[in-house]
Every structure is written in structure tokens, then in C-alpha cells.
Ligand binder design. Structure first.
Ligand SMILES: CC(C)(COP(=O)(O)OP(=O)(O)OC[C@H]1O[C@@H](n2cnc3c(N)ncnc32)[C@H](O)[C@@H]1OP(=O)(O)O)[C@@H](O)C(=O)NCCC(=O)NCCS
Length: 165
């Protein structure tokens, strides 16, 4: 089991693990578009991160744009820990809903996200055929459709209304 040194939010100008970011999202143009408007969380030791997670906080709903663990460290619970940390960060900053999107072929990712409480909300058919020039195959399945999963961060209950007075 890999020992997790820490999880921290990258500061401005901190070198980012681009190889890991490209592992989580193969489209460099999309990456370049969302990184400047996102919070980047790193896992590992300073200067040698082995995990990355990108969170975009928005007014209506936030989104985990990217998550990746270095291949040699996968399958040891680190992805789950990093996501749990970022969900906690989103909960303190964000509105009611947190989104994460993936492909129809991402079997392991779908298992993990649902274990963390995310539920399927929408399907964007043929998204990966339109947005990604190279065909993507995983688990012997062509990745074609984008699945949108959502996690409720704050339940609005009668007691919440009562607290507002
Ligand atoms: C997705 C990813 C971040 C998960 O990180 P990880 O450290 O490997 O995952 P964990 O060890 O925390 O696994 C947690 C759970 O995920 C699920 N899971 C992960 N990989 C799986 C696989 N290949 N098959 C089935 N389930 C899998 C399991 O449910 C697992 O729980 P379990 O160990 O109790 O069975 C990592 O595999 C990764 O970087 N993949 C490549 C990049 C990527 O696909 N990013 C997401 C883009 S949408």
C-alpha cells in the first residue's frame, strides 16, 4: 500500500503534473481551457505528486473536471481518498450539486463514483465521437457517450428553512 504523504491545493505557479492531467483527460485543448478557472488538488509529496484532481466551483453547480492517479499507484485506494477530499472541499465552498462526467466505457470509474454517492443524471450521446479526434477504447468498449453523474452536497430540508428564520 502506498503511503499518502498529503493532499494539498496547488498554489499559483506551482508546477503541475501534465502527464497525470492528460491521463485523466486526453484532450489537451479542453484541459487548457478549464485549468485556469479551476482549483487543482495534488496528492503525494511536494514536487512529486502521484495524483491530481481538478475542481471547478460555479454558482449553480460545481464539477470535478479531471482526476488521475499515476498508473503504478492505482488500485490502492488513493483515487477514492483524493475524491473524498475534493468532495469535502466542494461541500465547504459550493452550491448544492457536484458533477463528474465520464465515458460509457469507464467501468472502474463508474463503480468508484457511484460508491462515493454520485448518481447518473444525464447522457450526452456521441459526445466523445465529436470532441475527441482519436478513438478511445477501454475494457474492450468504444467510448462514445458522456455520462453525467451528480452528487447532492446540501440537502434542503424543512429544518434548514427553519434555521433561516
Ligand atoms: C480512476 C482513478 C482515478 C481511480 O483511482 P485508483 O486509486 O486507481 O482507485 P481506488 O484504488 O481508490 O479504487 C476505488 C474503487 O474504484 C473502483 N475501481 C477502480 N478501478 C477499477 C477497475 N479497473 N475496475 C473496476 N473497478 C475499479 C473499485 O470500485 C474500487 O474500489 P475497491 O478497491 O473497493 O473495489 C484511476 O484509476 C486513474 O487515474 N485512472 C486513469 C485516469 C482516469 O480514467 N480518470 C478519470 C477520468 S473520468
Amino acid at each position: 500500500m502506498t503511503e499518502v504523504k498529503s493532499i494539498w491545493r496547488a498554489v499559483a505557479d506551482e508546477p503541475l503534473p501534465h502527464e497525470l492531467l492528460l491521463l485523466g483527460d486526453e484532450n489537451p485543448a479542453l484541459l487548457a481551457a478549464y485549468l485556469p478557472q479551476s482549483q487543482i488538488y495534488l496528492l503525494g509529496a511536494p514536487r512529486t505528486p502521484i495524483g491530481v484532481c481538478v475542481l471547478q466551483v460555479r454558482r449553480e453547480e460545481s464539477e470535478i473536471m479531471n482526476v488521475a492517479i499515476a498508473p503504478e499507484h492505482q488500485g490502492q485506494g488513493l483515487g477514492r481518498r483524493l475524491l473524498q477530499h475534493v468532495i469535502g472541499e466542494a461541500r465547504t465552498q459550493a452550491p448544492r450539486k457536484l458533477l463528474i462526467k465520464t465515458g460509457n466505457s469507464a467501468i472502474g470509474q463508474l463503480a468508484l463514483y457511484q460508491q462515493l454517492g454520485f448518481e447518473l443524471e444525464a447522457v450526452h450521446y456521441d459526445y466523445f465521437l465529436r470532441q475527441y479526434p482519436q478513438p478511445i477504447w477501454e475494457n474492450g468498449i468504444r467510448c462514445k457517450h458522456q455520462l453525467v453523474l451528480a452528487l447532492a452536497l446540501h440537502d434542503v430540508s424543512p429544518s434548514f428553512d427553519f434555521d433561516l428564520g
